[in-house]
Write a new protein. Sequence first.
Length: 327
Amino acid sequence: MENIQSKEAQGRVADAPSGHWVYRVLPRRVWPYAQLARWDRPIGWILLLWPCWWSAALGAVAFGRPEDPLLTLLPNPWFLFLFLVGAIAMRGAGCTYNDIVDEKIDAEVERTRSRPLPSGQVSRKQAWAFLIAQALVGLVVLLQFNSFSILLGLCSLVIIAAYPFMKRITDWPQFVLGLAFSWGALMGWASEFADLEAAPILLYIGSIMWVIGYDTIYAHQDKEDDALVGVRSTARLFGENTKMWLVGLYGGALACFALAFAAAEVPMPALAGLVAAGAHMARQIRVLNIDDPDQCLKLFKSNGTVGWLIFLGLIGGALWISLKPLV
């Protein structure tokens, strides 16, 4: 199924991979809803998930002692599962809401005019109903956590509601996206301790800078169309200085992550994940060509690897605490 969707024909969204399971497994009538939720582009919920999993792993290993059982130093599998379901549901709800707000803008941009609303595959009423259904799934997930986490999670809705409008009023919509996409950096710790301390706040600040960095790379795909329709972004703001800004953003993110680890008294071996993530980020900056949309998309997606490296570093820290007395 290679056709790009339009008002005349159903098919895939322009920037979605061809041959995706969504188009091979789901009935055609479900395709527009899968496209609204971006099930055919999983990198979004993957990037939303990583701060949650980092925070859960950080909370589990924080202040660990050699006498602690290994399982208590590893993130709770049930929490990891809940964060996974919640990330998929809330990313889908957020994207659906964004498409409702941006329907007219999306119709003017080549990469987005094949989305379900501007291409006429779903009505606004149907999109709103699907949005509510996904939000209810997210609410069910949220209610599985402690009261502090529930209140904290609900606070994020203000940022989520504001984000689609930011590209109209500021050159920094990526900052607001960072506030929303990094909220999990607070949630994982809160699910463990029912409070917030310096460690999750530093993790949150670092994640915001990481999000601004990778979404700036992503936004370079649309900078020409964005200029025509009046959409603002850090890609347009940074322009030819993008690499310099990325050095500062990614470097700041890594510094905050390291400080978060120190505040939580995570053992030094966990820093190996940060070193590996830093090497990956440095490569992104080195090879980036802001005038190559395909490469920008590829580098943006590669940030999923950054998530794995940092998470595995924290798991390695937990193993180190448990195994160190044996060596």
